[in-house]
Design a protein around this ligand. Structure first.
Ligand SMILES: Nc1ncnc2c1ncn2[C@@H]1O[C@H](COP(=O)(O)OP(=O)(O)OP(=O)(O)O)[C@@H](O)[C@H]1O
Length: 271
């Protein structure tokens, strides 16, 4: 049976870099098995949040709980073991390995075989390797990338590489999946596939999906809840219909777009 998706509780998370507060008191909850988007203008803090949630950044303050277990302070591989998988904005595979090898590597730290056990061909290492290969194939079939398993990762076209990167994250059997701009740079028909894939991950596997994405049509079409960040702070969290009509959200987007337009017009030489 598939383990149900995790509840993610982000509480008062603050991240500072020299002179810059990237996140300030960020608080929201993503409910099990739902699709929860995090949106915001450039520089709002979305990547910093994902880096906290995958153990890359340690916040100055705050707590992140996955089904009640504290994530802050865990190394990235421990975060994976806790049930958090991440697909990256730029697919993060080893170019010299095949797709299957990349997917197996993602799972490696979940297995108990280890390098020595595998080298000695100990029975439990062989069993764990068999299980890992079966899981990788099952996930690849679920995402329709099984025909790519034997290919070198370097040969994948951009869109396929992004789908395979989602498969790599899913192969770690996450209960919470972080998707970082899964539709970036994709054609319209590929975006439809990505949308359907994300829906199936939540609906058929009950995995909680946290989605950072700039395509508002995609975000508003599939998310149950949307958290809006601006200047590192939560502007609001709510269902898409409410968020899109929220004055503060409109101001955050239009204000930033208006400022950019003003800067562009001011940089034009007078005619
Ligand atoms: N490693 C870092 N060192 C210094 N400042 C950083 C670092 N990472 C992010 N920042 C700053 O923190 C703020 C938030 O950046 P972040 O990349 O998290 O935003 P974002 O919402 O992901 O933006 P984008 O949509 O452009 O990717 C920005 O002001 C950024 O310049």
């Amino acid at each position: 049976m598939t383990a149900p998706g995790a509840r993610l509780q982000v509480s008062d998370v603050t991240v500072r870099f020299a002179g810059v507060t990237a996140l300030s008191g960020v608080t929201f909850t993503a409910e099990p098995g739902t699709i929860h988007a995090v949106i915001g203008p450039n520089g709002a803090g979305k990547s910093s949040l994902f880096n906290v949630l995958s153990g890359i950044y340690k916040p100055a303050e705050g707590s992140v709980r996955v089904d009640g277990s504290e994530l802050i302070g865990l190394a990235p591989h421990r975060v994976t073991a806790l049930g958090v998988g991440r697909a990256f904005q730029n697919a993060s595979m080893f170019a010299g390995l095949t797709v299957e090898e990349n997917l197996l590597l993602g799972r490696h730290r979940l297995g108990r075989g280890g390098v020595f056990a595998a080298g000695l061909r100990l029975p439990y290492a062989r069993r764990s390797e068999r299980e890992a290969r079966a899981k990788v194939r099952e996930v690849a079939e679920f995402l329709g990338v099984d025909h790519l398993l034997a290919l070198p990762a370097a040969e994948l076209p951009y869109g396929e590489a992004k789908r395979v990167d989602i498969a790599r994250a899913l192969a770690t059997e996450p209960r919470l999946l972080l998707l970082d701009e899964p539709a970036a740079g994709m054609h319209t028909h590929e975006k439809v596939e990505v949308r359907d894939t994300i829906r199936r991950i939540a609906a058929e596997r009950q995995i909680t999906v946290l989605l950072v994405e700039h395509d508002m049509g995609l975000v508003m079409g599939i998310s149950e809840q949307v958290t809006v960040l601006d200047f590192g702070q939560v502007v609001t969290t709510g269902p898409p219909g409410r968020v899109t009509s929220d004055e503060a959200v409109i101001a955050a987007y239009l204000g930033r777009a208006g400022a950019a337009q003003k800067a562009r017009s001011e940089s034009q030489p007078p005619s």
